[in-house]
Ligand binder design. Structure first.
Ligand code: HEM
Length: 144
């Protein structure tokens, strides 16, 4: 007769080991380096997207401003997903004031982001998390 105590302890150990480990969104996006490369590609996609590139192309005319904009977006994404970066940019409504962004433009920007995450082989669960977070910020960036 097997030692039931031992067997159940063994099973418990297996269950405990298979318990899902909470990995931060920051880590699932590849940490600082992953996020940096994802943001570079998102911005590139926006520059090539005819629905929204009219607001991004002018930023390139001031290379210093363009670089600081990209740095701010990297900081924003890192700080907001569990990384230890500090966001040094403007608050979202101030950053988007005067752009008068429409829902159509918002959706098109989100499409670029999801497409870029797929290109970087980010898993579906992580893309869902990103979509939810992005959608929740809609009111802070459109119609301003
Ligand atoms: C949830 C969606 C969005 C988030 C989280 C977001 C986030 C940001 C962040 C963090 C910055 C940097 C601000 C700074 O440098 O101080 C920024 C800048 C900017 N965003 Fe967004 N953004 C979103 C949607 C959009 C959309 C839909 C558009 C237009 C189609 C847009 C256009 C811009 C532009 C043009 C800038 C540069 C502003 C400037 O430097 O003058 N953003 N955004």
């Amino acid at each position: 007769k097997p030692n039931t105590q031992e067997v159940s302890n063994e099973n418990l150990a297996v269950v405990v080991n298979e318990e899902p480990v909470e990995v931060s969104l920051f880590d699932r996006l590849g940490g600082t380096d992953g996020i940096s490369s994802i943001v570079d590609d998102i911005v590139q996609a926006h520059l090539e997207n005819p629905v929204i590139n009219h607001v991004f192309l002018p930023l390139k005319e001031n290379p210093e401003h363009f670089e600081s904009f990209k740095t701010h977006v990297k900081e924003f994404l890192s700080a907001g997903t569990g990384g230890d970066a500090t966001y040094t940019g403007k608050d979202l409504p101030s950053a988007h004031k005067g752009l008068n962004t429409t829902e159509k433009e918002f959706l098109s920007a989100v499409d670029d982001i999801l497409m870029t995450l797929s290109k970087h082989n980010i898993d579906e669960e992580t893309k869902k998390d990103m979509l939810y977070i992005l959608y929740s910020m809609k009111g802070a960036v459109i119609g301003l």
